[in-house]
Design a protein around this ligand. Sequence first.
Ligand code: PHE
Length: 484
Amino acid sequence: MTTQQQVKPTLWAGRWGFVLAATGSAVGLGNIWKFPYMTGEYGGAAFVLVYLMCIVALGVPIMMAEIVFGRRGRGSPVDALKRLARESQRSELWSLVGWVAMLCGFLILCFYVVVAGWAFSYVWKTLSGGLGLPSVEAYGALFEATNSNVWTLGGWSTLVTVLTMVIVGRGVQEGIEKSVNWMMPGLVLLLAIMIVYAAFSGGFKEGVNFLFAFDFSKISSEALLAGLGHAFFTLSLASGAILTYGAYLPAGRSIAQTTLLVAFCDTVVALMAGLAIFPIIFANGMDPSSGPGLIFMSLPLAFDQMPFGSIFALVFFVMLSLAALTSSISMVEATISFLETHTPYTRGRLSIGVGFVLWIISLFAVMSFNVGADWKALGMTVFDWLDYITSRWMMPLGGLMTAILAGYIFNADSLRDEIGLTGMAWRLWRFLLRYVTPVCIIMIFLDALGWFTLDLSHQWYWIVAIIAALALLGETLSRRHAAG
Ligand code: PHE
């Protein structure tokens, strides 16, 4: 069956279809909820620096590779990688990387619906006059209360699950992705207004310093792994999302330009969210490392103090919810597209089945905040585990494998043909994937496993030396191989 699969008929409509969909996937709760709270948890600027370096040196080249794989292989991650392996006369076992990615996207969605549920519930709180509390403590208590009731929290996450599966099942993603068209400028404008507000809040300087006073010596092992994982998470990499969307990309679009555009939008939104949030946190004497509730405790307070605050709050939480949906639909697309090719069922039916499994697992993530708060392994709840396993291990590992596939396994001529890069640009992309990405990811892993401690302020030249030595060796060997 797999040998005879046809090219997917569904291609993105219009010139901007893919860009909108990929931006919709990338920009989400990762930027506005996760980035600020992780920055707070891992000490501010040190984390931001790791994150930015990982986006540029690892995230961008890997995103390009995923789009290339998707468009060349025209199918779900498993099918696309199989086809590429066959084309390159390599073992079809490489498609295992696709299986892991698909699973990763699915597992992320299991906890993502809970966070998206928070966003939805704050839309409701704004509408029903539940905000307007006097202090950060009061908002902290409200966030606790939202979580403590398993039925309400479960209700909201169920709503998100149903909405996601209905959109995916009816194949109407395109409609919702079009919302990215006005949502992105809207989000940027709203964040800009909030930054202006934050500039007058009294904590701006402290906030900016916290985010941008880079200091290599403050980078901890945890911050390294967390920053690496978050770079992949925020760009939707190694989870089947971008690869599967790439499968619907028409030939002739520049993959490099598209990637740069998506990564740029994604980074801008995250940094703006940080700039809007941290000044408020410092001005109100909040602890930046308050964890996942950070934005739900700090932002409502800022809205309360702004003129027309409740309107801003409403618009903000609606946009956050929409941004979450344009991401959540991309997380199951790989699974649905895989099942669509390998089972006789329709999209609609498959979404019901997949949605059901998802819903069951997501309920455990919901219970992590209330009845199951004590169900812990190594100090982590189900929610924490889902996040930890996917962001810290599956995504960086998937990214590493993607780099290896693109750099060493798949036929270089096919890749070059597909990506359409020439000269320096092509060589730079190859170099990043063959040497920079693997060395950096492996080093961060070894550091996280405690094999050694990476101290970037003193050892960065070691990394450069290792990359250079490997590059020299690798290129000489492959030249010999080609000549011999
Ligand atoms: N990039 C999304 C965000 O920042 C999350 C995501 C991860 C989406 C993996 C798809 C796949 O919210």
